[in-house]
Write a protein that binds this ligand. Structure first.
Ligand code: C5P
Length: 428
């Protein structure tokens, strides 16, 4: 399980239910996900609702259930559900659904989800043997598998009528296990989505700690989750990743394509980035780098002073700060000096906005000042973004192309949306 991407908990699972007699078995599959703490949205087809009604799915999932694209239009549900999902499982998946998925048809909510999902997709077919073995179905399954979709082989045995053969829905525990395996497999993304193969992506993550004395430092609230999610997503898309990590709240990823380097301070981070710059195709500066550091670092612990009578007095030291180098701006300067196209440089901006300026205005300003290719802007404050599993960001572009807003979505999904933009630019 070491390669499992750090998908924020609870995972967002879409459970599609096709119109087959085995639809009732999806109820115990749903239970397995919810009992594991997953956030499950059930999306039945219209035909599925003739076998098991919406109230059953609503009661078991604790959510409203619809098969219609036109319900909840204001939330653009037909797109958002797929985009935000960490996993889509369809059980039972009929021959008709397999055909629609293979050909990209989208005439109800479930097929829209299948077309917008960029996460692992697991289909558990159930149908009569003749249908499963029909050349049309065989070709559809091959197409889907070539695209990286997991299509589980149906079980053999007694079918709905008196006949038997391959076509039975596998047991819910087997579907659940296949879904977890697909989630854990970094290459379960569609083959054509290994779009960063051969590229070196440097990601900085977490907060810096600027030492004051041997025991104290100035730090910040960065959890490192977004940067780590980007590193994992880039590795899953085939990149060789160097993750330069400061102080982070979660374990660092163990992945054959991720090399991790630890740093403490902004100057430490600068040293690593400068060393990596020449071989990087992409640098993503997600780290929260301190703008200032104490001018001097005491060699011994700074002590309180005492009055003559031995009691604490009220005096306190003044800490003088100096500016840290702007590592991001330095990267842009060095690239220009070398007349090079690489690395492609991405900055982050954590903004709170102020009385006169919105978060986005401040972001546009920062993009101009720093000169990086993309600036990922998010709104921060105590409990907003920092340390959270979800994020909403706006990606601003130096080339003048329209900004892209992503979220609220898991940091994994935000990472893939950012990498979609990066891959399109770097592969140009
Ligand atoms: O100026 P500000 O700190 O808001 O800029 C944020 C972006 O700049 C982030 O991408 C951060 O990693 C980077 N940065 C840097 N060196 C600094 C401060 C920030 O590279 N000293």
């Amino acid at each position: 399980m070491a390669d499992q991407p750090a998908i924020a908990r609870p995972r967002r699972v879409v459970l599609g239910v096709g119109g087959g007699i085995a639809a009732y078995k999806a109820a115990s599959l749903l239970r397995r996900f919810t009992e594991a703490g997953d956030d499950v949205t059930v999306v039945p087809t219209e035909a599925a609702l003739r076998f098991v009604g919406a109230p059953t799915w609503s009661a078991l999932s604790g959510k409203a259930v619809t098969h219609e694209v036109f319900d909840g239009v204001e939330q653009v549900r037909h797109v958002a559900l797929g985009q935000q999902a960490d996993l889509v499982v369809v059980a039972p998946c009929t021959a008709n659904l397999l055909a629609k998925a293979a050909h990209g048809l989208a005439d109800d909510l479930l097929t829209n989800v299948l077309l917008t999902a960029r996460c692992p997709v697991v289909l558990a077919p159930a149908m009569h043997t003749e249908m499963w073995q029909h050349p049309a179905t065989v070709a559809n399954v091959a197409t889907l598998r070539a695209r990286g979709v997991t299509v589980i082989d149906p079980a053999s045995g007694r079918l709905t009528g008196a006949d038997s053969g391959p076509g039975r829905l596998p047991e819910p525990e087997d579907i659940h296990a296949a879904a977890l395996a697909a989630l854990a497999d970094p290459t379960s993304r569609p083959a054509e989505d290994l779009d960063l193969d051969g590229l070196v992506v440097v990601v900085t993550a977490g907060g810096t700690r600027e030492p004051l004395d041997p025991v104290r430092y100035l730090g910040n609230r960065s959890s490192g989750k977004q940067g780590i999610a980007i590193a994992e997503a880039a590795a899953a898309r085939g990149a060789r990743v160097v993750l330069v990590a400061g102080a982070v709240d979660i374990p660092l990823p163990q992945h054959p394509r991720i090399e991790t380097r630890r740093i403490e301070s902004a100057l430490g981070l600068q040293g690593e980035v400068e060393e990596l710059r020449a071989r990087a195709d992409v640098v993503v500066m997600a780290a929260a780098v301190a703008d200032f550091r104490p001018r001097s670092v005491a060699t011994a612990k700074i002590k309180k002073t005492h009055a003559e009578d031995g009691r604490d007095d009220d005096s306190a030291p003044t800490i003088e700060l100096v500016r840290n180098p702007d590592i991001l701006a330095g990267l842009v300067r060095e690239r220009a000096r070398a007349g090079a196209e690489r690395p492609y440089i991405v900055g982050f901006a954590a903004e709170t906005g102020d009385a006169e300026h919105s978060v986005l205005e401040l972001g546009q300003d920062k993009l101009r000042r720093k000169g990086c290719d993309l600036l990922v802007v998010n709104q921060v404050g105590v409990g907003v973004t920092f340390g959270q599993d979800d994020n909403t960001v706006t990606i601003l572009r130096q080339d003048g192309a329209a900004p892209v807003t992503v979220g609220p979505a898991s940091k994994t999904r935000v990472s893939h949306a950012l990498l979609d933009v990066i891959a399109a630019e770097v592969r140009r």
